[in-house]
Design a protein around this ligand. Structure first.
Ligand code: NAD
Length: 475
């Protein structure tokens, strides 16, 4: 039975749906084998179709994300739709350069020769997205995968169902499903998808599921990129511009109601300036969202009841210095500052992923760096200071995916900075040219001249070892 758009998404029984997924994968393999995606002109035409579809569906995407977690249109444009549009624009402008084989330097050992690195698509790629930036984190990798010439199976998160439906509609009205397809569904569907063989898997989500993805990929030796999470610190030294630090930390933390993988998870501030910083953070919350943030059109809600209950429970420990109000009916949690927290409290045991900001202190920078290094390598780190020596020490001594000095989150806005984690926060990176690179195999090829064929490498070697050794040491 042929796969139709609807049949692929409403999967009746596990056996049945597994067979349908297999068919879909086979159709995508056949499409890739046709060689159509190897033509850069084809890729650009498809990226333009995606660009037009996003513009056409902009309002539907705003509505979907508002329905899922009351995400303000400004934030949806800045961090989802507009973000992907910028990625598309850059890719369309640069693709011809990126696909050109790159000539590399020769070695005299191969004289006469020329060497090139050719970028080729992997083939069939699976992209699995999370719910927190449900459009961006699925479609930004899609841009890179298509630019590199792959066929793509997309799996949006079921936890943002309106956005999942809006993406499915957008993709199905734009692409032949043998080229780009969407499969909606929850854990079971993702597991069925992971049972198939792909040439590349790009996963964004939690470290726990990342492990399951990597295990499934290992079955077929499929390479993976894992964009995971973790507890990203905002470190504030006593010599920082505290007012600016407070404003930029509050913005990065409460954007998307704290449901951002690179949000500052907690503040680690030098103890003598803690009270000043807490007061300034509380002032920023009032300035951003008013006296009652529940009334603000600019503050999102928690994605579902499970996450709401998990976050609400964090408020049992520590001292609330601002916020703390909750409303289960609307899944509202006020922007909250939590003081007197220890590393043993539940809020410090896992990634918070909500609008609760614990404030911890340190005495010396060495101590602060040791604390961060004693935990999983974070996806992001933010350091606020006016001292060049301190900035250099943090950059040298602490391992983290990426981050900012004297700001939060904004490193994602520069497409020239590869974005990704390290250790527990992931592997591989993307954005801008890195998105093209991550979905491309680097095929290294030597073109050897035919007019000369020195016999020195061929047996019998006789007494050539000494000459060879001298040549190697001279090189
Ligand atoms: P998640 O890991 O629960 O889900 C991600 C995807 O995996 C979803 O599509 C889901 O359907 C699927 N999934 C869930 N459980 C599964 C299982 N047992 N087997 C197979 N598939 C399964 O993540 P989430 O809750 O959607 O997103 C939040 C997490 O993602 C946080 O940890 C956050 O830090 C991380 N994140 C990372 C980045 C990044 O760029 N590094 C960006 C956003 C979110």
């Amino acid at each position: 039975m042929p796969i139709t758009s609807t049949s692929a998404s409403r999967l009746p029984s596990p056996d049945d749906s597994q067979a349908r997924l297999q068919q879909l994968v086979q159709r995508q393999r056949a499409f890739f084998a046709s060689g159509k995606t190897l033509d850069p002109a084809f890729r650009k035409a498809q990226l333009r179709l995606l660009q037009q579809a996003i513009r056409r569906n902009e309002q539907a995407l705003f509505d979907a994300m508002y329905a899922d977690f009351r995400k303000p249109a400004f934030e949806t444009f800045a961090t989802e739709v507009g973000f992907v549009e910028l990625e598309l624009k850059l890719t369309l402008n640069k693709l011809e350069d990126w696909v050109k084989p790159k000539k590399v330097k020769e070695t005299i050992l191969n004289f006469p020769s020329r060497s090139y690195v050719h970028t080729t698509p992997y083939g069939l790629t699976l992209i699995i997205g999370p719910w927190n930036y449900p459009f961006n984190l699925l479609v930004a990798p899609l841009v890179g995968a298509l630019a590199a010439g792959n066929c793509v199976l997309l799996k949006p998160s079921e936890i943002a169902p309106h956005t999942s439906a809006a993406i499915t509609k957008l993709i199905r009205e734009t692409f032949d499903e043998a080229y780009v397809a969407v499969v909606e569904g929850g854990v079971e569907v993702t597991q069925q998808l992971l049972a198939q063989r792909y040439d590349y898997i790009f996963f964004t989500g939690s470290s726990r599921v990342g492990q399951a993805v990597m295990k499934a990929a290992a079955e077929h030796l499929t390479p993976v990129t894992l964009e995971l999470g973790g507890k990203s610190p905002a470190m504030v030294a006593e010599d920082a511009d505290l007012e600016l630090a407070a404003r930029r930390i509050a913005w990065g933390k409460f954007l998307n109601a704290g449901q951002t993988c690179v949000a500052p998870d907690y503040v680690l501030v030098q103890e003598q300036v803690k009270d000043d910083l807490v007061q300034l953070l509380a002032k920023c919350i009032r300035e951003f969202y008013g006296g009652d943030p529940r009334q603000s059109p600019d503050f999102a809600r928690i994605i579902n009841d499970r996450h709401f209950r998990r976050l609400e429970a964090y408020l049992q420990n520590g001292t609330i210095r601002a916020g703390g109000q909750t409303d289960s009916a609307s899944r509202y949690i006020a922007p909250t500052l939590l003081d007197q927290v220890t590393w043993e409290d539940p809020v410090m045991q896992e990634e918070i992923f909500g609008p609760i900001l614990p404030i911890l202190t340190y005495r010396s920078l060495d101590e602060a760096m040791q604390v961060v290094n004693a935990h999983e390598k974070p996806l992001a780190l933010y350091f606020f200071s006016s001292s060049e020596n301190k900035k250099e020490a943090v950059l040298r001594c602490v391992q983290f995916g990426g981050g900012c000095i004297n700001d939060t989150v904004s490193h994602l806005a520069n497409p020239n900075l590869p974005f990704g984690g390290v250790g527990g926060s992931g592997m591989g990176s993307y954005h801008g040219k890195s998105s093209f690179d991550v979905f491309s195999h680097q095929k290294s090829v030597l073109h050897r001249g035919t007019w000369l064929d020195l016999p020195v490498r061929y047996p019998p070697y006789r007494d050539r070892l000494r000459t060879l050794r001298r040549l190697f040491r001279w090189l």
